[in-house]
Design a protein around this ligand. Sequence first.
Ligand SMILES: [Zn+2]
Ligand SMILES: [Zn+2]
Length: 446
Amino acid sequence: MTEPQIAVGILSGKEIQFFFPDEFISSDGMAISGMQQAVYRKGKICWQEKEYDELSFTPQRNTSSFFELQDVTIGIDFHWERKEVQRFKGELKIIIEDDKLTAINVISIEEYLTSVISSEMSATASLELLKAHAVISRSWLLDKLRIENEKLRNTMPSSSAANSQFSILNSQFIKWYDHEAHKNFDVCADDHCQRYQGITRASAPQAIEAVSATRGEVLMYEGKICDTRFSKCCGGAFEEFQNCWENVKHPYLIGQRDSQTEHRLPDLSIEAEADKWIRTSPVAFCNTQDKKILSQVLNNYDQETADFYRWKVSYSQQELSELIHKRSGIDFGIIIDLIPVERGTSGRLVRLKIVGTLRTLILGKELEIRRTLSTSHLYSSAFVVDKEYKEDEEEIPSRFTLTGAGWGHGVGLCQIGAAVMGEQGYKYEEILSHYYPGSILEKQYK
Ligand SMILES: [Zn+2]
Ligand SMILES: [Zn+2]
């Protein structure tokens, strides 16, 4: 296998402006440079007064050439959302999608990874943490490309990837969300896939070193590329894959302690054990308040709190009933109880029973629970519930307090834990085999 290329969707619009500082060759053989504009008109791409269904531009000299895209929106939906000019190496491709033009950057995987690792991770991260991230990002990408290739071979429709499933059976609403595939390119440049800004900002030397030191390396299990999921903070124990997504067991995504202590992990699917675990603060790699380490993983915009190993959220009766109504679209009436039905290996709720005066429903899986019980997302579904009552109303709780553990789904690599391991001198191979037990590193290309 030679190093594959990847197609990254950067932006879309009725018109796209781009700039070639030096010569690029268009797909119809023209040598061009300078400022360019392509416009969508009646189902075609108009460029230089000609019409195209698809258009691409390849650098004349391969190594140092780059192109610029105007008006790329960054920080979508964040308070710092703005537009900027971005620079990219490799090829520029323009296609038609939904009555608009989409600009795509076709680039080698290793160059793409260098940019991604540099912009997603803090420059202060340890080299071993960056290497571990380079391997899991590369594994995710190569697995994605493999799936797409298989689809092409089997001539399956490219939009067939199921991203969510649900079933309503016996008053249960069980839904999960998986990564939605793109139709006309491999990955997008936003957080939906991985944040990618080309060479707009110089890559951090540590990121360059981490990617080149692990060149071509992916995680494998029994001859297949691993599903390298990761989340912010597991809360002290790993969750298993099937408790968050479809009912498939991955032998390397299993319940285990996020530490190397001798103490075995209690069976957190048992309510009493989960209760004890969540209300205490067991030893774990991710049990840290060290701002220096946290800042390696969290970008500046969500560093407001360091309390996510263990956290608390409290709602009044009115707040909770309105919230659940608004988020689920179902009016439960007054909320009488939130009852754990099923927990996974990390204590995360897989199914939760919501008991209201108007109806009762069992909800799952973890992300659906987190979406329903918060205006955005609850940190995790590993929580226990305490109810308070007013003296004169013994049946109706006046307040619900959720005490919880961890941030995210808790499956696979725990970013905070991995950052701590990196600081403590563990090698990236050790970090990866801790979070994906039984997996092996394999070089896919030279
Ligand atoms: Zn995407
Ligand atoms: Zn952890």
